[in-house]
Design a protein around this ligand. Structure first.
Ligand SMILES: Nc1nc2c(ncn2[C@@H]2O[C@H](COP(=O)(O)OP(=O)(O)OP(=O)(O)O)[C@@H](O)[C@H]2O)c(=O)[nH]1
Length: 766
């Protein structure tokens, strides 16, 4: 319609132009008719040609009836004009009339052209109006139609698209809610029908997939819940997507409540700030391991945490798996191993030895500080350096046979010597095989002691011991050492001589097995006392063969620094000679020089002892006091020397008159006492007195002269001895003296008894 309207407009414009041109042609025609000028004719022809050319194009000017007429008239006009021009200008009347007629015809025809042009213009105006009207109508109708079409489309869309879309939306919402049972159920055979079926199939697949996922998750849970580890999955937003049951067990956190919650929410900001850097590393695709500790049941537990990135096929990290394994026990064991290794290092470093451990290939796996120092090996080379390399060829050659022993599971000991810093160094190397529990040989320990100092000390000690032994062997003292088991560990030469045995029969033997039982018994108590740590001094008799010795023993306990008695040193000195001298001196001190019987000093010693014995035995006791009658006259007549002889003879007769157990003592001058023990009746001493009196009176020859001696005897008798003190002794002596006085008074050569303060006369023996 638009194009038509444009064409109508265009035609109208052309018609108007043509009308104007035709009007011009009419004016020219009139001018030609009036003036018959060639220039006017020329112009007429030019204008006519232009009009004809303009009308020739149908496409541009159209094909209205007026135009057809106009075109016809226009085409016929040049012939008429030519005929007019062909007529002579100053012809006859016929010609003039013909010319006039032709002019009229030309004018008429030109007028017709003008009319037709006008008509064409009018027609074109009309056509244009009609085209405009059509265009306007169409312009109105098209939106209406389009609106209607839109409306119709909307209805169709509503019916076919929106309602299914709404159902689809509801279905999607249901799925979002987790309701997978919603079905679209659209059976139409169109796109929505296909979509619905696809959708329903998809939800069914989702349900199946969900069930599969639930089964997988359950399986995952079953596995992870039974793992001795915290297992979780954390997404890029630091939110848990999965956590196993151990979170509840170990940390008291419900694993289901953790899902979709962020780490700081679950574990707290503090630990999150620690974890963040590590989580970011895991999210950058790096596998991360770290340790942290948690408190569980009031006990600190160590966890080894590992983040394993979850990398999508495209390479992006979707999240990471977090595994936390309780390594408290392992850590404890590791610590214990580390501690025991440290202890071993401390221990091996503390002992004054080079300690090393070698495997079956003789590769050093461990060496203590002293070992490294002495070999001049850097610690960085352990483990790895071979024994040959560490020791050097010369020293290794010494070790090699022993190493072979150790590698075959036998202990080996090497006492070796090396030149070190220009002097001989002694060492003792112990190779101790290392067996596993399964009894497989794994290697061996090498423990090397620098025994140079020990060797030197040993040499010094041996020298010193030699010197000491030379001294002790030449001492007249038996020197022994008994250990705590009473075994001889050292005996000097004198000791061996007294034992009458060689050293190899003595050393290591128990003293109880070597001595006679009696001799051992005498020493046993002292040895035992010595072994309790007390110094003991005693004397004992020692009989070797036919030699009897009195030995003075000193046992000196050997007390170690911890107070333990390791044994005792015994020093035995032969005091036999001394004892003899002592005995002689004792005899001298206690015996009367002239007569050889006990003297007053001895009597004073022995009498109280006799009293004690009587008291203990609850027996009686008698003390005789004797005096030679008229001894002064013997001295006076025969001289003092003869008097001495008489005293000797008298003493001898007294001793012969009593038992050897009865003590005869000279108190001084011609006064003697005799102590009779075990007498319970006053008659018993009288029997002895009678015998004495009888013996004394036997004839005696002194210096060629025969003498008859008599004696007077005073006897003190006590049936019961109550107290055995000096006063009692004095009292007894006093009573005996009183009884002697009574005997003297009674005429001498007799006796009197003072029995328990009662003086008893001699019983008819005088
Ligand atoms: N030969 C000698 N005479 C001694 C010794 N000690 C003392 N006498 C003497 O012995 C005498 C002792 O005498 P008395 O006992 O007093 O008197 P007695 O003559 O024995 O008279 P009665 O005892 O009364 O019978 C004194 O003359 C002393 O000098 C001695 O060791 N040797």
């Amino acid at each position: 319609a638009g194009r038509r309207e444009d064409a109508a407009g265009d035609a109208q414009a052309r018609a108007q132009v043509t009308e104007h041109e035709v009007a011009g042609l009419l004016a020219l025609t009139q001018e030609v008719a009036r003036y018959a000028e060639p220039r006017a004719a020329e112009q007429w022809r030019l204008r006519h040609a232009a009009i004809a050319a303009a009308l020739a194009d149908d496409a541009r000017v159209g094909n209205s009836p007026a135009l057809v007429e106009l075109r016809d008239v226009t085409q016929a006009l040049p012939a008429l004009f030519t005929r007019l021009e062909e007529l002579p200008s100053n012809g006859d009347a016929f010609t003039a009339r013909r010319k006039e007629a032709l002019l009229d015809q030309l004018l008429t025809n030109t007028q017709s052209m003008s009319d037709y042009a006008y008509q064409w213009f009018q027609d074109s105006v009309e056509q244009r109006r009609a085209a405009e009207s059509e265009f306007r109508w169409i312009a109105l109708a098209v939106p209406c139609v389009m609106l209607l079409m839109l409306l119709a489309s909307a209805i169709v869309v509503l019916r076919r698209v929106l309602l299914p879309m709404q159902r689809l939306d509801r279905a999607a919402a249901a799925i979002r809610r987790g309701d997978m049972t919603f079905r679209l159920g659209n059976t139409t055979h169109d796109e929505f029908g296909d979509l619905s079926r696809e959708f329903d199939a998809m939800t069914a697949a989702l349900i199946a997939s969900d069930q599969q996922r639930d089964r997988s998750e359950q399986q995952l849970r079953d596995i992870t819940d039974n793992l001795p580890a915290l297992v979780a999955y954390i997404d890029r937003g630091y939110a848990y997507q999965f956590a196993n049951e151990k979170y509840r067990e170990w940390l008291g956190i419900d694993p289901f409540s953790m899902v979709s919650r962020r780490v700081p929410e679950v574990l707290g900001e503090d630990i999150f700030s620690v974890m963040l850097g590590k989580m970011d590393k895991a999210l950058a695709g790096e596998r991360v391991q770290w340790e942290r500790s948690v408190w569980r049941d009031g006990v600190e537990r160590h966890l080894l945490v590992e983040y394993i990135p979850d990398v999508a096929p495209g390479g992006t990290v979707r999240g990471f798996y977090a595994l936390s394994v309780d390594i408290t026990e392992r850590r404890g064991a590791e610590l214990e191993i580390a501690r025991s290794e440290q202890r071993m290092a401390d221990l091996t470093n503390a002992i004054p030895a080079m300690v090393g451990y070698f495997d079956m290939a003789e590769t050093c796996l461990y060496a203590n500080d002293a070992g490294l120092r002495s070999l001049g090996v850097e610690r960085a080379r352990i483990p790895g350096i071979s024994m040959r390399e560490a020791l050097g060829e010369t020293v290794y050659a010494q070790h090699e046979p022993y190493v072979r022993e150790a590698l075959q599971g036998r202990r080996a000991r090497l006492d070796g010597k090396v030149e070190f810093a220009g002097r001989a160094a002694h060492f003792q190397a112990h190779m101790i095989p290392d067996r596993s529990d399964a009894d497989a040989q794994r290697g061996f320990y090498l423990m090397t002691f620098d025994i140079t100092a020990l060797k030197e000390a040993e040499a010094r000690r041996a020298k010193l011991e030699g010197q000491l032994r030379a001294i002790t062997d030449n001492l007249p003292v038996a020197i022994t050492y008994l250990d705590d088991q009473q075994r001889y560990r050292f005996v000097n030469r004198t000791g061996l001589e007294w034992l009458c045995r060689p050293a190899d029969e003595v050393i290591g033997q128990r003293i109880g097995d070597l001595l006679r039982p009696v001799a051992y018994e005498r020493r046993r108590e002292n040895i035992e006392t010595g072994l309790t740590g007390k110094r003991v001094t005693f004397e004992a008799e020692s009989i070797t063969g036919d030699v009897t010795r009195i030995l003075h023993y000193v046992y000196i306990p050997d007390i170690e620094s911890d107070g333990r008695v390791a044994g005792l040193y015994g020093l035995a000195t032969d005091v036999s000679a001394l004892k003899n001298v002592e005995k002689q001196l004792g005899l001298l001190v206690r015996s009367d020089v002239l007569t050889g019987v006990a003297n007053r000093y001895s009597f004073n010693e022995t009498f109280p002892l006799a009293l004690s014995r009587a008291r203990r035995a609850m027996s009686g006791l008698a003390l005789m006091y004797l005096d030679i009658d008229h001894f002064k006259s013997i001295n006076d007549t025969l001289g003092h020397a003869a008097g001495d002889e008489v005293l000797k003879a008298f003493a001898k007769r007294l001793q012969q008159s009593v038992r050897t157990t009865d003590t005869v003592a000279r108190l001084g001058g011609d006064e003697f006492v005799i102590v009779l023990e075990g007498v319970n009746d006053p008659d018993e001493p009288q029997i002895v007195a009678r015998k004495i009196v009888a013996n004394v009176t036997s004839p005696l020859t002194v210096e060629g002269r025969s003498l008859t001696l008599t004696t007077s005897i005073g006897i003190a008798f006590r049936r019961a001895i109550v107290s055995a003190d000096a006063a009692t002794a004095e009292a007894m002596i006093g009573r005996a003296d009183a009884a002697l006085y009574a005997a003297k008074k009674a005429g001498r050569n007799t006796w009197r008894v003072m029995a328990d303060d009662v003086l008893i006369e001699e019983k008819g023996l005088a």
